[in-house]
Design a protein around this ligand. Structure first.
Ligand code: ZN
Length: 1122
């Protein structure tokens, strides 16, 4: 029994003390009395909470995350450029011509250090002293532990009651569910003009044979070739079965006069004014005039003036297909007089709401236990040692009726830690498992239905998008599955573009696909969609030149310049920096690029603001010239200093008018000007078995700048290529809060580390050419009664459920934690919906919507039966990263261990009917202790093993940011024997045979000197060669005569024309193809330097500093039986 930890943690009395910095839902943290939203009536189970009462000292208050509230002071104020002088000319112009006749001195990059003024700028926030290891507060001069961070949330504008914060936006626009509020019974429907309809017709009705399984034509632009085709929501599976049994509690029959559901109107009336769009960010920067905070909610709902559902009018412009369809009743007539009885097609839905969201008797009859007995089968972990299945573990299938599950969201996109949702928070607390969602919302999909419609049908009350899990009360009304409001079916929705038939709203693509994308009308825009804007910010200091990265970057961009996502409006720009900032005038008409150097880094300005960010199409030759000359331009530089902070400020000034993407390449610790950092790592402490200091940022400069960027729709991606400590904990904030990504290449060197170079090249290609969404927001909604509180990933939380994502990329994952606020006992299912509103690189505003439906259960055994051990592990990893930063590594490690102890303990006490000795787990959780042990040994969390601080922080970033399938490989790598690959069970993809060897346990016991083993650790792949490896493998795959001849630092398999070589390469290639980043391959011998990093992944084995798996199980058992 380990409940002591939880008792004491609950003793804090808040249940919400676990903070995630800015991504914590501040409402949940701050406990506004009377505001039900975010105030669980019971503390949520949170294994990451401190297990002991907080010791005194600031180090253990963490209400507002690792960072201090930022005073609303801009750390830099734009200075009027004219007052700034260029430095005196110092060298011969290189690229160069004086600009604008003015005296900007243009010169070659300094050959020696010639930094500008070093005095901190008067207006800059002084960099706070480095934090002590026990403090979360990098900025002790502003200790306001209990005060909400100003940038976090505008406490003056508490969120509206109830889960749908989007309601707080005043309804607006005539498009509310296609109902014109002014329209009387005889009014024309607002959007039924011929033009409106034709534009609303999705492409697939015309260009593709209608029917299920066919993606719409417009989809093709969004298919990324080369991605593994996930079985993603095949178009219109047509699973709706009118003859389906009576789902749904009978509360709402098909009454002709609609009774508004109790919550709807009240909620609407109770809506306070919307939180200010800019109110959520402290005034430390320009407010975002173009922030898309509320656009997602703007589309919409005028309060319904009268009984809904009766909006009239004819259907004037019908496609030929429809006109041939007999329509028994004129729609107007029908609506006025015979609401439901004379539907054009028989609609044999029993009264009481046929929709899946209202399932009841049929589902209630299902017993989870009987349908999934295997998940609950008892396993004694101490006895059954071979638990690892030979193939990757699939996500568990929620226990839903088959027709619902068939259309449910793909778990690769949307997944819950518990596939059966507990009815109450107290039940969830008893289960002692974390409840949360893991999302990969912008994943490349092989099939994605795209709908063009002038009316995007959404719940009038909570703004939920219509989805497969709503219920149709009848043909004209649908009931929201999140707030239960009854809404009208708009006239336009009566036509099904897929089947070209009328009167089957339940067969529309929106109701047949749990993942769908809409082309958004203008209501979803606050400004014209921005162009694709790419700004590259490049370190050109001596250190950077030494690594040789610049050449690879320029070459890669040259090769991919025509594949950058965008259109005729695409803009690009370049900034390079060392101790000064160099801009490049790429104005059309110049004969060559001009370099403009600004050495006044304390007061940065743009020398020629209009010609630094240029249209790519018009200025492509100049851009290409620049890329060809850049690597040589700085070849001889001796400049060692790095004014990264000023370069970022300059870049921000350049991109902020439009928004866009900043790609920053940095190779050393910034040591000059604003944002300068000092080394905080003590190499002697890398193997510390105690707590790990310096995981939180040393300065808030990067975070503040990131928030400014977020406000202006700018995301910053950081490429850190370094052989030395760079303080990623501080630098990473620039990407974390601006929704960027961090790429980390430790020990990058163009000659010494060819594997890293290949990795960088491949990553760059993907990065430059992958899909991108600009000025995005993502809102996650859930069924009333549940609430979302803590978010994980890279973004800024603008309001309770709205994430600001200046850029969104297809490789980013997110996670959220949830609690249950109200009893869900009258529900059979609940739903979760993620809506991502973004601007495509072609300037289209689009909305991608994913809806996940899960059953509600009321017994602990059912909850356990639905546990998704991988999702739980992934969520715990995110929580532990936060915990490590806000509290300590020791706390995080204890909390992870306690998570295993508590859930197994709860299972033993509450689910097992027959007590028996041993460490017992249900089958579905049998790998939980193993995964927890693997987390404890993961680079991010391990102690007692030499781990560079930046390596650790990089691993933490990846755990928070990567989609679950990739982070699971980082946690528990996949081990295969590969010297005997054969075609048994092989896949056949594109005429290539891909062997499928069995997964092996991560233990040296499984290795054999006579064999070769491949370990896929997610971001890196190892090929371990046994000392007595069979000569066939050595010659046929590695191309060497014997073991001794295997070269050190082999990172690429020779392309030999042998079956063995082809199989091995096909397998490795297939593994790599399944992820968007490039894992380098390291061939490992006993003598290899990297042997240790390979062996450290053998998580089942004992090491000097960590328990073996069996020892860990014994430890768990002891704790449980205490
Ligand atoms: Zn609703």
């Amino acid at each position: 029994m380990s409940t002591a930890g939880f008792n004491s943690q609950n003793g804090t009395g808040t249940g919400q003390t676990y903070a995630n910095g800015p991504s914590q839902n501040p409402v949940a943290m701050q406990q506004h009395p009377g505001v039900s939203y975010g105030m669980p009536h019971q503390p949520a189970y949170n294994p990451m909470q401190a297990k002991a009462p907080a010791p005194p000292g600031p180090g253990l208050h963490y209400p507002s995350g690792p960072y201090q509230p930022i005073p609303p002071v801009s750390s830099y104020q734009p200075a009027p450029p004219p007052h700034n002088s260029y430095p005196a000319p110092q060298g011969q112009p290189l690229l160069t011509r004086p600009q604008m006749g003015a005296p900007p001195s243009i010169h070659t990059p300094p050959q020696s250090a010639s930094p500008g003024p070093r005095m901190p700028p008067a207006q800059a926030t002084p960099p706070p002293p480095a934090v002590s290891s026990s403090s979360y507060y990098p900025n002790p001069q502003h200790p306001q532990p209990m005060a909400p961070a100003a940038w976090q949330y505008n406490t003056a504008a508490p969120p509206p009651m109830g889960p749908p914060p989007s309601m707080s936006t005043p309804p607006r626009g005539p498009v509310a569910n296609h109902v014109n509020p002014a329209a009387g019974p005889t009014a024309q429907p607002p959007h039924s003009s011929p033009a409106a309809y034709s534009s609303a017709q999705p492409p697939h009705s015309a260009a593709q044979p209608p029917g299920p399984g066919m993606p719409p034509t417009s989809l093709h632009g969004y298919i990324q070739p080369g991605t593994a085709p996930p079985p993603m929501n095949p178009m219109a599976p047509q699973t709706y079965q009118p003859s389906r049994g009576p789902y749904g509690p009978p509360p709402t029959g098909p009454p002709p006069t609609m009774k508004p559901p109790p919550t709807g109107p009240q909620m609407a009336n109770a809506t306070p004014p919307p939180p200010k769009a800019d109110g959520t960010v402290a005034g430390n920067g320009p407010q975002a005039p173009n922030s898309y905070n509320h656009v997602d909610s703007k589309m919409a709902g005028m309060p319904q003036p009268g009984p809904p559902g009766r909006h009239l009018g004819h259907y004037p412009s019908l496609p030929p297909g429809y006109q041939n369809t007999p329509s028994p009743v004129h729609p107007g007539m029908q609506a006025a007089t015979q609401p439901y009885t004379q539907a054009p097609q028989p609609y044999q839905q029993p009264p009481g709401g046929p929709g899946p969201a209202q399932l009841s008797p049929s589902l209630a009859g299902l017993s989870l236990q009987s349908s999934t007995p295997e998940a609950l089968r008892v396993v004694n972990l101490l006895q059954e040692r071979n638990l690892l299945p030979p193939t990757p573990i699939p996500a568990p299938t929620p226990c839903l009726p088959q027709d619902l599950q068939k259309i449910n969201c793909n778990p690769e996109v949307f997944r819950s830690t518990l596939t059966s949702i507990p009815q109450t928070q107290s039940l969830l607390n008893k289960a002692k498992m974390p409840l949360g969602l893991l999302l990969h919302p912008f994943k490349d999909l092989s099939q994605l239905p795209v709908v063009t419609s002038s009316t995007i049908v959404r719940c009038r009350s909570c703004r939920t998008y219509i989805n497969p899990f709503v219920s149709f009360l009848d043909q004209r009304r649908w009931k929201c599955n999140l707030c239960f409001r009854v809404n009208d079916v708009p006239e336009e929705f009566m036509y099904n573009p897929v089947s070209r038939s009328y009167g089957e709203p339940h067969k529309r693509p929106e109701v047949q696909n749990a993942t769908i994308e809409f082309i958004a009308p203008s209501e979803y825009m606050l400004r014209p969609p921005q162009p694709a804007v790419y700004l590259f910010v490049l370190d050109v200091s001596h250190n950077a030149v030494e690594t040789g990265y610049l050449n690879v970057f320029c070459q890669s961009l040259l090769e991919n310049i025509n594949a950058l996502p965008g259109d005729s409006r695409t803009k690009v720009g370049f900034i390079t920096f060392d101790s000064t900032i160099h801009f490049y005038n790429l104005q059309e008409g110049l004969s060559q690029p001009q370099m403009l150097i600004v050495s006044d880094i304390e007061d940065i300005f743009l020398p020629t603001p209009d010609s630094l960010l240029v249209n790519l199409n018009e200025c492509k030759e100049l851009v290409q010239d620049l890329l060809k000359s850049l690597p040589t331009l700085f070849e001889k530089t001796m400049e060692t200093q790095s004014a990264l902070g000023s370069a970022l400020q300059a870049a921000f000034k350049l991109v902020s008018p439009t928004g866009g993407r900043m790609s920053v390449f940095q190779t050393q610790l910034p040591n000059l000007g604003v944002g300068a950092l000092q080394s905080r790592e003590d190499p002697n402490q890398r193997a510390s078995a105690k707590d790990i200091p310096h995981l939180s940022p040393a300065t808030d400069f990067y975070k503040k700048l990131a928030l400014d960027c977020s406000g202006q729709q700018v995301a910053v991606d950081l490429f850190l290529l370094s052989s030395q400590y760079c303080d990623l904990a501080s630098l990473g904030c620039i990407s974390r809060y601006s929704a960027g990504s961090v790429y980390y290449y430790p020990s990058y060197h163009h000659q010494h580390n060819p594997a890293q170079v290949e990795c960088f090249q491949k990553d760059l290609k993907r990065y430059l050419t992958r899909k991108i969404g600009f000025e995005a927001v993502m809102r996650i909604r859930c069924t009333k009664g549940m609430s979302i509180h803590t978010f994980h990933g890279n973004f800024f939380v603008r309001s309770t459920d709205l994430l600001s994502l200046p850029n969104v990329n297809p490789d980013a994952g997110f996670a959220v934690q949830m609690s249950i606020e109200e009893n869900l006992d009258d529900m059979q299912v609940v739903s979760f919906q993620a809506a991502l509103l973004y601007t495509s690189s072609k300037g289209e505003r689009r909305i991608r919507v994913h809806t996940l439906c899960l059953p509600v259960v009321n017994s602990l055994s059912d909850i356990f039966a639905g546990a998704d051990v991988q999702a739980i592990t992934g969520l715990l990893a995110c929580m532990a990263v936060d915990r490590s930063v806000t509290a300590s590594m020791g706390d995080a490690r204890d909390a992870m261990t306690n998570a295993a102890i508590d859930s197994l303990s709860s299972y033993r006490q509450s689910v097992l009917t027959i007590q028996q000795p041993g460490l017992l787990a249900p089958v579905c959780l049998r790998l939980f202790p193993l995964f927890i042990l693997a987390l404890l040994k993961q680079k991010a969390f391990r102690t007692g093993t030499s781990t560079r601080l930046d390596d650790r922080v990089a691993a933490m970033c990846q755990l928070k940011y990567q989609p679950l399938i990739y982070s699971m490989l980082m946690i528990h790598p996949a081990l295969y024997r590969v010297d005997d690959l054969n075609d048994e069970g092989a896949l056949n993809i594109s005429e290539r045979t891909i062997p499928q060897p069995k997964l092996l346990q991560l233990s040296v016991e499984k290795l054999s000197r006579e064999a070769a083993f491949l370990m896929d650790a997610g971001t890196v792949i190892y090929l371990w060669i046994g000392r007595n490896c069979h000569p066939t493998f050595l010659t046929q795959v590695l191309g060497v005569p014997n073991y001794a001849a295997v070269p050190e630092n082999l990172y690429m398999l020779p392309e030999l024309d042998t079956a063995e070589s082809q199989r091995t390469r096909a397998f490795i290639g297939w593994l790599r193809d399944q992820r968007p980043f490039f894992p380098p391959l390291h061939v490992i011998r006993d003598e290899s330097q990297r042997k240790a990093s390979f062996m450290q992944n053998m998580v089942e084995d004992r090491t000097e500093s960590a328990l073996s798996y069996y020892e860990f199980l014994l430890h768990l058992q002891q704790q449980i039986s205490k």
